[in-house]
Design a protein around this ligand. Sequence first.
Ligand SMILES: *Cc1c(COP(=O)(O)O)cnc(C)c1O
Length: 388
Amino acid sequence: MNIEGSERLKRLPPYLFKEIDRQKEEVRAKGVDIIDLGVGDPDLPTPPHIIEALKQAAADPANHRYPSYSGMGDFNAAVSRWYKHRFNVDLDAGSEVVTLIGSKEGIAHIPLAYINPGDIALVPSPAYPVYSIGTLFAGGEPCFMDLLKENEFLPDLEAISPEVAKKAKIMFINYPNNPTAAVATSEFFESVVAFARENNVIVCHDAAYSEMAYDGFRPMSFLEVPGAKSVGIEFHSLSKTFSMTGWRIGFAVGCKDVIRGLGQVKSNIDSGAFQAVQIAGIAALEGDQQCVEDMQRTYAERRDILVDGLRSQGFFAEKPHATFYVWMDVPKGYTSAGFSSRLLTEAGIVTTPGNGFGAAGEGYVRMALTVNSERIREAVERIGRLAV
Ligand SMILES: *Cc1c(COP(=O)(O)O)cnc(C)c1O
């Protein structure tokens, strides 16, 4: 038998973390005590009241059956109330909200609703890989918008050629941003709405980190900008806000036509999120938000230890206002992969080379604040002992 992968699978870009994965195994095999700042997965547990809500809901046979495709009415209503309360944005729970099995699921599926073979999706570089891979799976062509330090890691919309803009069906954006930790201004979001209107492009804003912000900073929703709801949707996740990455629950909100399109794809692929998880999600959105403040305080403390520590040793990293990533400049004379490899093999620290998120990420490594303060202090000390 000759088993051959589809052209779709063959279009996947080369996996750039293969070399670092191999080195990680090699270092681990030597018995080195590895500090893993590689993966963007919270180490904090899900708050107890959310777990309790799941336990109760899981025991109720009413939740053992197929859920509704678009999400439980109660969950979508809780999302709508949360949006009003958090962003002062009005959403109709019946037509402007869809529940997702994690936001990655919705992001991966949205191109299937709008991208025809050869159509363009505008995708940031560096970025969360799912934007370009979802586009490729739908037969589309990702067209990259570089996020550069001199533009505060916002895409330069004027640099997009008119031909590309005309062929583009979707634009993905993501603020607070993974991996650069940059945040957006309302002026930027306004320019995105104007661009979308002029070029008939659907905006997909990934707001997974909207609640992971520090020093009193409150990231805004794209939908707060006038006209945004008629040009696009926003993806959210409970994964980072409530340390629920394993639970698989998120949602998309905004333009009702686009929400309907996404729902149509989903209703033919999945059968919705487990109702008990949606009920736990309601407990998360409507319960005491002290757990969110605690999460913010924890990451802010780790961020200060890491960034202040790196700077005191002559390295440079911006102190992020949001996300749990530090986007560090690699020292002169290194590539992202070279520096990341040196940190791993000589200091036992796993980081992610910036170019793994796209060509424009070259020159940086990403560090995730997903180990405790003591381990971060240890990481800083080890980095200090490297002669670079
Ligand atoms: C973590 C993350 C998500 C969340 O994914 P889920 O599927 O909801 O767990 C979405 N977008 C970005 C950029 C992320 O880093």
